[in-house]
Design a binder for this molecule. Structure first.
Ligand code: ADP
Length: 303
């Protein structure tokens, strides 16, 4: 097991930022840690990497308890923090050499050149870090996280704030690293996770609401959405509380989207209601939920 989190708890004042969560990441897996802003992703990652003390529970990296053996555990980890703090006055090579010294790496020059090539930094490698674009600064952060060849990579929102081209480039670096490392990376964007990995842990309000392969999450989304388009606006009160619907929402164009465990009964209920109240239905159809809908329903449940 490369990462193991057991009953992890972090309390700030009266808020449980991380509420008794447990999960495992196997050797060689790339796992997406997905959740809306404020869900508890960074807090969890800071605890796993030993930058923050938990209130309860434990975290292990390659079998080492991060609280009991922080030095041993940290040797195994490459960490890209959400706020990728870099020394802007340093040159790229100078900074990476400094990181090799922190790690006590012997073949410093070779290692620096290796990670520069690996992260696609070569063309910008003669500049000061402060002169680089955000995408290249992120590559420097990744290079620093990779330089001691860690077994486990923990990346906190590695593509946040990058433009679409930079996002694709950083994703490729992560995917390549995933070939021989264990990677846990966080994101609040579902598409991001879909593009990089096949297993996802979804966290919401400090609690894990799903831990599964994306393909299984897709299967959960079997045909349980009913879409109705009405000719005219319909009174919200009529449609908000249908007994067969678990949720209902509408848009400006008189489209209503219902979630249900029983699409057939719900369709019947909508038709009966429309007859009673003289509502003109333009179209009514059942369809599969998208993965986006699954994510949304998992992370909006308690609101
Ligand atoms: P995420 O990374 O998923 O966006 P965080 O782990 O950063 O979420 O934050 C989880 C929750 O904990 C948020 O509500 C945040 O405001 C709160 N939080 C994080 N750090 C602190 C702190 N140092 N003091 C108080 N509350 C905090």
């Amino acid at each position: 097991m490369s990462i193991e989190v057991k009953n992890l708890l972090k309390v700030y004042g009266d808020q449980k930022a991380v509420n008794n969560i447990s999960f495992k990441v196997n050797k060689g897996e790339i796992v997406g840690f997905l959740g809306p802003n404020g869900a508890g992703k960074s807090t969890t990652m800071k605890i796993i990497t030993g930058y923050l003390e938990q209130t309860g529970g434990s975290a292990y990296v390659c079998g080492q308890n991060i609280s009991e053996n922080p030095l041993e555990a940290k040797k195994k980890i490459g960490y890209l923090a959400e706020l990728n703090a870099l020394y802007y006055e340093m040159y790229v090579r100078e900074y990476l050499r400094f990181i090799t010294e922190l790690h006590g790496i012997r073949n410093k020059k070779t290692k620096v050149e290796e990670v520069i090539a690996l992260t696609g930094l070569t063309v910008e490698s003669k500049k000061k870090i402060g002169q680089l674009s955000k995408g290249y600064k992120q590559r420097v952060g990744l290079a620093a996280a990779l330089i001691h060849d860690p077994e486990v990579l923990i990346l906190d929102e590695p593509t946040s704030g990058l433009d679409p081209n930079q996002i694709i480039e950083i994703r490729d670096v992560i995917k390549n690293q995933g070939l021989n490392k264990t990677v846990l990376f966080s994101s609040h964007i579902l598409q991001e996770v879909e593009a990089i990995c096949d297993r996802v842990i979804i966290i919401n309000k400090g609690e894990i609401v799903a831990d599964d392969k994306l393909s299984n999450l897709r299967n959960r989304s079997s045909s349980n959405v009913v879409k109705v388009n009405f000719k005219e606006p319909v009174d919200n009160n009529l449609l908000q509380n249908l007994s067969e619907a678990t949720s209902a929402r509408s848009d400006e164009a008189n489209n209503w989207l219902f979630e249900t465990d029983n699409p057939e009964q719900l369709r019947k209920q909508i038709l009966e209601l429309s007859l009673q109240h003289n509502l003109n239905i333009v179209s009514l159809q059942s369809e599969s939920k998208s993965l986006e809908d699954v994510f949304r329903s998992l992370t909006q449940k308690a609101e």
